[in-house]
Every structure is written in C-alpha cells, then in structure tokens.
Design a protein around this ligand. Structure first.
Ligand SMILES: Nc1ncnc2c1ncn2[C@@H]1O[C@H](COP(=O)(O)OP(=O)(O)OP(=O)(O)O)[C@@H](O)[C@H]1O
Length: 591
C-alpha cells in the first residue's frame, strides 16, 4: 500500500510540476459526473409531470435533461482539451525522466545485468500506461463520483434498492484475482518478451543482415521470433481467458439482482406506493448500479496498473539514486607516479565467477601498456574497472597513491579518452561525430581535422561529398553510409579530441583495420602518448596482434583473470613464458 501511495504522489507531483493551471482545472471534471443522477431525477420529473398533467413539472424535467446534456457536452469538450494537453505533457515528463535516469547512470551494469534488463524492459513496455496514468487517475475520480451519485439517488427512491449492490459486489474479488493473474503473467514472461524483442531487432539490424542472409538464418530467426512472442503472450492470453469466464459469472449474478429490483418497483407501483416517475428513474438507475460499483473498481484496477508502472519508475529512481558516483576528490591534474592495482578482484554483479582475481600490478606514469591474453581472460573487464563502469569487488585501484573510489566518477571520466572495438556510430555530421569526443569543441573544424590527422583518419573526410559537414547514416536525407573501417577511423579521431587525458584506452579499436594500418596507427598513438608523457598520461592498448603489441613500453599478460606476466617485449620473450609462447605461435603463422 505504501508503494501505491508513493506512486500516486509521484503522479500528482509530476502533473503539478508540469502544468499547475491545467492540473487545477482538471479537479473540476469529476463534478460533471453527477450527471447520471441528475438525468434520472429529471426523467422522473418528466414522467410524473406527464401522469399528473403538470406542465411546469414536465417542462422543468425537459429543461433539466437538456441542461445536463449541454453541460455534459461542454464539460466533455473543455475537459478533453485540458486533459489531452496535460496527459501529453505528463507522458513526456515521464519519458524524459526515464531517459535522464538511464543515461545518467554512471556505469554499464544496467546494460549487462539480465535482472535489471528485465525490469527496464517492463518499464519500457509500460511507458504508454505510465504516460496515460494521469488520464487513468481522472477516469477513476470520475467513476467514483458517478457511482456515489447513482447510489445516493437510488437510496432516495427506495433504500431497498441498495440491496442491489451486493449483486454487483462479486466484481471486487474477481477484479483482485484478475489483477494478480495479469501481474504474475507480466513478471513470469518478462524474459521471453525481451528475447522476442531482441530477435525482432535482429531481423531489421543492418549489421546482422549480411550474416542472416549468408547463413540462411532468416526463416530460423523468424520462426524463433514467432515462438518466443507466442510464449511471451501465453501468460496474458491465459489470464484473458480466465478473466472473461469470471466476468460472465459476475454478469449473471447481477442480472438476477436487476430483475428483482425492477419487479420490486413494479410491485410497489401496483400497490400505489411508487409513482411512474420513480419506476422510470429506477429502471434507468438500477442498470447503472453495476457500473456504479464496477466502474470505480475497474478504474481503480487500471489505476493499479498505472501505479505499478509508476512504481517501476520509482524503482529506477531508487536504483539510480543508490548507484554511487564515487567520492568528491578531483582527478589529479597530472600523473606523477602512475596507477596501481592492489589485490583487485572483480565479480560481475549477479554472477558467482571471478572475472579478475587478486590482480596486482603497477602502470608507471607516462607509459604505454599493452594488455594481451586469450579471449575471456579479463582484459576488457580491467579496462571497465579503470573507466569506472564498475567498482572492484575487492582490493583498490590507486592513482598516484589516491584510492580511485574517492575520486568523483564524472571528474575522473573527464580525464579519460577511449576508442573501443564496439564503437558508437553517432549518425551526426562527420564533424560532430568526431567533435563529441570533446563537447566544448564539438563544432571546432580545426580541432576535429587535427584529431583525424593524428589518428591517420583524415582520408575519411576527403571522400565525403560535403566533407566534414556531410550527414552520416544512410537512413537520413542526404546521409552517407560509411564502411565499418571508416566508422572506426572516425571513432579513433574522436579518441584524440580531448586535449589532456590522463588515461587513453584503446580496446581493440583497430579490429576492423588491417594489420599494417593498425601497426602504423599504433606507432602514431605511441608517439602521441609519449608527447603526453609530460603530464604522465598513460595509454592502455588491448590487442590480439603481437606485431602491434611489441612496441609498448610494458606488456601485461592476463590469464584466467589474473596477471601472468608483466614486462617489456624483449624481457618477456627471454623469459619464455606464456607471452613468448603466444608471440611465437602468431609469428610462425604469419611466416
Ligand atoms: N557483463 C558481463 N557479465 C558477466 N560476465 C561477464 C560480463 N562481461 C564479461 N564477463 C566474463 O568475464 C570474463 C572476462 O571477460 P572480458 O570481456 O574481460 O575478457 P577479454 O579478455 O576482454 O576477452 P576478449 O579478448 O574476448 O575481448 C569472461 O569469463 C566473461 O565471460
């Protein structure tokens, strides 16, 4: 219940902050829902006026009916106008909040943990419900006012008629049970739903398109998509079927009560204890009783769905609020000693396996270090820890003797630069695709050109129709498609935009380039890094190409999540350990 109140407060607070005047105006709308009771009362006046040949009574009833209809139309028109405007704004406010929370999360845990992915997927699915939640809240208030008005009018005609209410009551347990079924189905089938979306995304993914065709996977993916989608809907369909059966049973019970109420009024009229007007009023109102009881309950159930969606947003707010952003120390202006890993161990959240175990080593200030090791050894994990995508499970990372955890995440990130194997394809102009590497110089033509030249990637611009101003991405008007290698070159240029990074990560950033180009690029990077040595900047390169790696000052060999060897190329060769073995294996295959 406490969670529901929090969700309701979130909803009202968002509406209030979004548009105060519209929020206030909306409070008036429920008052218009007394119209059912007023309408029935006017019908009674008309019928009694006709029987008694009382023209004034008849005219008052007719005028009342006309007035309630006119008021209803005016209220509906202005109410909808206000409501649509406010609902759109509130929906947008929620969309913006979700985007803000997910994009401002400091790490990538939410991208990589399946349980968080499931929750985010559910939130995404319910984004529409959440956007419409204010509408649902007002509908609920309207239904409650209409229901109470109808019941009061009935009691006024004959208190006995309130006996009809219990016939409509089975809807309460029915609705509670139905809600539980739907919620269980939602939670149980979140995983297949996410999988179905992934498969659907694969069918339209440009990168996957080639492989799907070469391997003849289209039919297989489609059939898996169909199966998974069906599986994901199985729970909801089963809940739908069971809900429909229960609703029919509830309907039968109410019909019995309604017939009883009409018979009671006819009997009373026969005894001369009720007027024709009262009979008409009851025939009209009695059929509203089910709505008077059920509508608020249904609307409350819908509101429950909206509140559950809001509670998922609250969960995201709590989750985002609970993720630390490090201490408040600034990043050092320069590195004097270097970076030390002190007994660092790391387990990805939600897994029982150590990705890194008791890792200790030192990267001297101003050095270029290559990370090598077999697939899954832990190289990228090490890079992620240094980028602060995750914090070590055990141990410490020291930057010039200061615990990295005590430095603010944002302050630290401002001093990093990186190019990754899974680089982003920012479909902006070529200038900005590079410029986002250092936002203050987003549109600085000279800076972007210089960064591209230093990355050996200036040729990409010369091949574009409008040079740096060319729009990238084939799906945009006049947009140009680039090859993977060209995209990668722009990503490399981006990594050189920041002027004074303390650490530069190159995590297989040249995987789409040939070995010669990679070698030449790395040499250039090494020179770059050494020119930054005055600030003590460190470059960390992850590569599987030993011809490239050998130029580094130090080579860190990772094996099974631990440090196997550390030293310069010639030393490691002489040592005849894992590095020497891997190096010679690759050299022989090249020969
Ligand atoms: N998000 C994740 N969640 C759980 N385990 C992960 C995650 N990412 C990596 N791992 C596991 O951590 C270990 C180290 O992975 P990592 O990506 O660091 O290897 P790597 O040396 O960079 O490999 P590669 O050369 O293939 O890129 C592997 O066993 C991998 O399965």
């Amino acid at each position: 219940m406490g969670e529901h109140w929090r969700s309701l407060r979130l909803l009202l607070r968002t509406a209030w902050r979004t548009d105060r005047w519209r929020s206030l105006a909306l409070l008036l709308e429920p008052a218009g829902f007394l119209r059912f009771a007023l309408f029935a009362w006017c019908l009674k006046l008309m019928a009694d006026g006709a029987v008694r040949h009382d023209a004034r009574m008849l005219a008052a009833g007719a005028a009342g009916i006309t007035a309630t209809r006119v008021l209803w139309f005016v209220g509906l028109w202005t109410g909808s106008w206000i409501r649509i405007g406010l609902t759109e704004r509130v929906g947008f406010a929620f969309d913006r909040e979700i985007a803000r929370l997910t994009s401002e999360l400091p790490g990538v845990e939410h991208h990589e943990r399946p349980d968080i992915q499931d929750r985010l997927e559910m939130l995404r699915q319910k984004q529409g419900v959440l956007g419409n939640s204010l509408n649902t809240l007002i509908n609920t208030a309207n239904a409650v006012v209409a229901g109470v008005g109808t019941l009061v009018a009935l009691a006024f005609a004959s208190p006995w008629l309130l006996l009809l209410v219990p016939f409509a009551l089975p809807v309460i347990p029915i609705s509670t049970v139905q809600q539980r079924w739907y919620r269980d189905a939602e939670d149980r089938f979140a995983e297949p739903t996410r999988r179905a979306r992934h498969l659907r995304a694969l069918t339209v993914d440009r990168n996957a398109g080639m492989e799907l065709r070469v391997f003849g996977l289209e039919a297989e993916i489609l059939s898996r998509f169909r199966r998974t989608w069906r599986e994901s809907w199985r729970g909801t369909h089963a809940a739908d079927r069971r809900a429909a059966l229960l609703n029919s049973a509830g309907e039968l019970v109410f019909m019995a009560g309604y017939l009883g109420a009409v018979l009671l009024m006819l009997w009373r009229a026969g005894q001369g204890r009720a007027t024709l007007g009262e009979v008409v009023m009851v025939v009209y109102l009695a059929q509203q009783v089910r709505g008077a009881v059920m509508d608020p309950i249904w609307k409350v159930a819908r509101l429950g769905e909206a509140l559950r969606a809001a509670s998922r947003l609250l969960w995201l707010q709590d989750y985002a609020g609970g993720v630390g952003r490090g201490g408040d120390r600034p990043a050092p202006a320069r590195l004097a000693e270097g970076i030390v890993f002190e007994n660092v161990s790391f387990r990805y959240p939600g897994t029982g396996r150590w990705a890194l175990r008791d890792v200790s080593f030192r990267i001297p200030a101003g050095s270029v270090v290559a990370l090598v090791g077999e697939n899954g050894a832990g190289k990228t994990t090490l890079v992620k820890l240094l980028c602060r995508m995750y914090e070590p499970t055990e141990g410490r990372i020291l930057v010039d003797g200061v615990d990295l955890a005590g430095i603010g995440v944002d302050a630290w990130r401002e001093r990093l630069s990186a190019a990754f194997q899974d680089f982003a394809r920012f479909e902006l102009t070529a200038q900005r695709t590079v410029g986002v590497g250092h936002l203050p110089r987003l549109d600085d033509r000279a800076a972007a050109r210089e960064a591209l030249e230093r990355a050996g990637a200036a040729d990409v611009l010369t091949r574009l129709p409008d040079g740096a101003e060319s729009q990238l991405g084939g799906r945009w008007e006049g947009g140009v498609d680039l090859s993977t290698g060209q995209w990668q070159k722009l990503a490399l240029g981006r990594a050189l935009m920041r002027q004074d990074p303390l650490v530069v990560f190159l995590d297989e950033p040249t995987a789409s380039l040939d070995a010669m180009t990679e070698h030449a690029l790395f040499e250039r990077y090494t020179n770059e890094a050494r020119s930054g040595a005055s600030r003590g900047a460190v470059t960390l390169l992850v590569s599987h190409r030993f011809s490239t790696v050998r130029g580094a000052d130090l080579i860190l060999v990772i094996d099974g999540g631990g440090v196997a060897e550390l030293g310069p190329h010639h030393e490691l060769l002489l040592r005849g350990g894992l590095y020497a073995e891997l190096y010679q294996l690759q050299a022989r295959s090249y020969a």
